[in-house]
Write a protein that binds this ligand. Structure first.
Ligand SMILES: [Zn+2]
Length: 192
């Protein structure tokens, strides 16, 4: 791996400027083509691993949420919504779940489960109450099969990833279960 500035006796240093076209032509040798092919396989393999793992989790969650619809997963380098879900046909039999690789790699297993549960929540709403499609409702469904702490961590990571300020977490998840059971009178009595 020598650069254009590495001159030898046979190769006059004054010709270094003309070396670039020759070196660029040499890039397409069979050896380099094999290397490119190997890199392509490695890239596909690295992408295939998370997709296979996520498909497995999605299939378990579909069973837990009684969702019969097919959900196909795709990992992309950029998704304007980071993670998104959309129907693949007018009958809403099949859905495409898109995940941005950079954010996907930030999630641990519990957070990934919660993120996928949220997206499957959107599937359920699409097929039951399509006009009530909201983030809060998708989370309500996701919370049936994933814990609240994981959802809170996902949103913290998402807002950091997007550089966004975020919103109050209870607006997205509802009040914590314990808080829902506290009578209003008890709350007011503790105030000064
Ligand atoms: Zn959503």
């Amino acid at each position: 791996m020598e650069g254009p500035g590495n001159c030898t006796v046979k190769n006059d240093c004054g010709s270094s400027v003309r070396e670039w076209p020759r070196r660029l032509r040499s890039v397409s040798t069979p050896r380099v083509q094999h290397l490119q092919l190997a890199l392509l396989f490695i890239f596909v393999f690295l992408l295939a691993r998370p997709v296979a793992k996520d498909s497995n989790i999605v299939n378990h969650l579909r069973a837990e949420l009684s969702i019969p619809n097919e959900v196909q997963i795709v990992v992309v380098s950029y998704d304007p919504l980071v993670f998104s879900l959309q129907p693949m046909d007018t009958h809403k039999d099949r859905f495409l779940l898109s995940m941005e690789l950079g954010f996907l790699l930030m999630l641990d297993d519990d957070e990934l489960r919660a993120a996928l549960a949220h997206e499957l929540g959107h599937v359920w709403i699409y097929t039951h109450h399509p006009f009530l499609q909201t983030e809060r409702m998708a989370n309500n469904l996701g919370l049936r099969v994933a814990n609240r702490a994981s959802f809170e961590k996902i949103y913290a990571k998402l807002w950091a990833y997007e550089g966004a300020s975020g919103v109050p977490i209870d607006d997205l998840l509802g009040p914590p279960v314990g808080a829902q059971n506290v009578p209003r009178s008890v709350v007011s009595e503790t105030r000064p």
